[in-house]
Design a protein around this ligand. Sequence first.
Ligand code: LMR
Length: 329
Amino acid sequence: LLAVAAAAIFVAPALVPDLAQAQTPVIIKFSHVVANDTPKGKGALKFKELAEKYTDGKVKIEVYPNSSLYKDKEEIEALQLGSVQMLAPSTAKFAPLGIKEFEALDLPWLFKDDATYSNAMKGTIGKWLFQKLEAKGITGLAYWDNGFHMVSSNRALMKPEDFKGLKFRISGSKIADQYFRLMGSIPQIMAFSEVYQALQTGVVDGCENTASNYLTQKFYEVQKDITVSYHAHLQYAVIVNSKFWNGLPPDIRAQVEKAMADATEYTNQIAHQENEDALAEIKKAGKTTLHYLSDADRKAWQEAMRPTYTWAKGRVGQEVLDLVAKELD
Ligand code: LMR
C-alpha cells in the first residue's frame, strides 16, 4: 500500500501541468457597473460570445454586470492589482489614476450629433488618450458609445435658473462638476451603484445620464422631470491589465482582439437605437415627464456652460483640447 501511495505521489506532479493546460481555459473577468440590457452590457456579452468562439474555448470570459464585483473606484484599483482583467468605465472616471485628459470628452455641447462623435473617435484622439494609460499598467482596447446625457430632478429643468441650489450626482469628471456649478447647482461625485438610493432618499436632487441607464437603473421612477437635453456625451474605454494582456499567447491574443473589434462594431452600432428604445419605454411608463428644450432654452444653457471651455485648459491642458478641436473640423 505504501509503495502504491509513493508511486502515486511520484507520478502526479508530472501529470499536473499537462492536465492543467488542457483543461483550464484562460479566464478574463470583465467587470462593469451597468445592466446587461444596455449598450455596454450587451457589448460585454457579445464580446464573451465571440472571444469564446474564436478561441475555441481556450478563453473564458466571466462578465460581472451591475457593480456585482466592484464599484466605480474599486474596479480601477482591482484592474491594476490584477484581480480583474477587463473593464469598460466611462471616460469620465480616470481622474483617480491621475489622468485628466479623457475629461476633455465631457465638454458640454462638444459633439453636435452621433456622427460627429463617432467620426471624432476614429481620429488620433482615441489612440493619443490610450497612450496615457500605458504608464499605469493599463492598455486601452476600444471605445464604446452610449449616446448623449439627459438631466433630471423633481422640477422641470428648462432654464439655467432652474438648476439653482439643486444637488446633482456626477460620475467623476471635473468638467461636469464645472458645468453644473456654472448653472448654479451643487455637483457631487458618487458611485453609479449608489445613485438610485441617493435620488430616492433626497441625498441628491438630480443627476445626468443616458436613457438606457435611466431605464435600467429605474432612475426615472424617482425623478419627476427629465429634460432630454443631450448636453454631453457618454462613452466608455474598454481597458485591460497590460501585464495580463501582454502575457497572453500571441495567437490567442489576436483572436481575442478580433472578438473585441467585432463586439465594438456591434456595440457602437446598437447604442443609438438602444437609447431611443429606452426613452420610448420611459415615456410609456408615465412615471416622469419628459421635457424638450426650445432653441432659445438650449442657447441659454450653452451660454451659461460656455466658460467650461476656458476653465478646461487648466484641467485637461491645451494639447488634448487642440486634438479634439482638430477632429471636429
Ligand atoms: C455613470 O456612472 O453614470 C456611468 O458612467 C455609468 C455607466 O457606466 O454607464
